[in-house]
Ligand binder design. Structure first.
Ligand code: COA
Length: 374
């Protein structure tokens, strides 16, 4: 059977960025305004005051220093605390489709392909700006592609699950060349007014091209050796927003559970062993020793979490170049995180080198892809 390769990758990074310093300043202004507004209730013990956030805590707990966003002014305005994006008419390109085209262009250039060479698109990410028509079909039209496209959502694992789907599609003959795009606008699902999680996310879009090796022209190709996906239900990362919202009593009110929520401690404790076990099992099924891994491109949620997974998999402290992180610059970009890392830290590998792209998150879900440089 012909080898299937990743022959191109691309990252679109929004032009606006927010440092921890700026973020904490605006959060603390918001907290002061709220505490002033509810001074009476706080004094009578009816309400808890909002505690200030801290730059030191954020970096120490997560490794994050910065995040890119599609709109900075709304997020940093203590009277707004979310991005402000202009609603577009139905005839205009949607925001996620626009991001997708920018990332796709870079991936196609790297693969030395024209858009017409692609015959399937999967837009795989955590949140979609509308229910239908699919963003992927809009991207398909903008790129002038004959074939089919669909959207899929497995939260933070969307891109790795899409690699498995695309790999299977090419193997079975239902598609020849597949574009996988992950336009993540996490700034619109995070609750910027919640001190426990306001620092976690950023926005980005990534793209990958998958095709058979015998038709690939790229100078950078990674064979997909094997994929393995795993899910196990958990409420520890949850977002209750959905199309039934309007039908609930007071459903359209400002409600905390209509944004990203998590029990971070539990996620950390439960997901680290689950992911390390999945990676080790997958390596063993493919008769690959962890000693032979040149690189781990891990999901980018928390640096300590990645360090711990690296130690469990490799049996020793991972070297910096063995397990790169982009978290400090991009924060958690959901499904795009491991793909940014793959895109930015893969061209130094030499033919025969083996690596793992691994993402994990809500569901719980974890997707593992073993690749080898051609
Ligand atoms: N600034 C200052 N202090 C803060 C704070 C902030 N922004 N947020 C929380 N704290 C405080 C808490 O109040 C708590 O104080 P206490 O000890 O006095 O009660 C303390 O810091 C520890 O809080 P905790 O929430 O337990 O922090 P943590 O060490 O677990 O780190 C996360 C929080 C979210 C960074 C971490 O749990 C994590 O990354 N988990 C994995 C998340 C993940 O992968 N999610 C997937 C999402 S897709």
């Amino acid at each position: 059977m012909a080898k299937i390769v990743i022959s191109g990758s691309g990252v679109f990074t929004p032009s606006e960025a927010i440092s921890n310093k700026e973020l904490v300043k605006s959060f603390n202004q918001y907290a002061d305004l709220q505490n002033e507004k509810y001074a009476k209730e706080i004094a009578s013990g009816e309400r808890e005051p909002i505690t200030h956030s801290s730059e030191e805590f954020i970096f120490k707990a997560s490794g994050i220093k910065n995040r890119y966003v599609m709109n900075k002014s709304g997020v940093l305005d203590p009277k707004i605390m979310h991005p402000i994006l202009e609603k577009r008419s139905d005839d205009e390109l949607s925001i996620q489709a626009e991001m997708s085209l920018k990332a796709a262009k870079i991936a196609l250039e790297q693969a030395k392909l024209q858009s017409a060479d692609i015959d399937s698109i999967i837009v795989a990410c955590s949140n979609f700006e509308r229910a239908y028509p699919a963003i992927s079909i809009e991207v398909q039209q903008a790129l002038g592609i004959n074939g089919f496209a669909f959207d899929m959502n497995v939260a933070c694992s969307s891109a790795t699950f899409a690699i498995q789907v695309a790999n299977d599609m090419i193997k079975s003959g239902s598609a020849r060349r597949v574009l996988i795009i992950s336009p993540e606008i996490c700034s619109a699902h995070v609750e910027w007014r919640d001190r426990d999680c306001h620092f976690i996310f950023g926005d980005v879009c990534t793209a990958l091209v998958l095709e058979e090796e015998n038709s690939a022209k790229s100078s950078e190709q990674f064979e997909i050796i094997s994929t393995k996906c795993l899910t196990s239900f958990s409420n520890n990362i949850r977002n209750n927003s959905g199309f039934l919202r309007r039908t609930y009593r007071n459903g359209m009110d400002d409600q905390r559970d209509m944004q990203f929520m998590q029990n971070g401690r539990k996620v950390f404790k439960e997901v680290v062993p689950m992911v390390a076990k999945l990676i080790l099992q997958h390596l063993s099924e493919n008769n690959i020793s962890a000693n032979n891994l040149s690189r781990l491109w891990l999901h980018q949620a928390n640096k300590s979490m990645n360090d711990m997974i690296g130690r469990k998999v490799l049996g020793q402290e991972p070297k910096a170049d063995q397990q790169p992180n982009i978290l400090q610059e991009y924060a958690n970009t959901s499904s795009a995180g491991s793909i940014i890392t793959f895109s930015q830290y893969s061209d130094d590998l030499i033919s025969g080198d083996i690596g793992i792209i691994c993402s994990f998150g809500a569901g719980y879900s974890a997707g593992n892809v073993i690749v080898q440089k051609i």
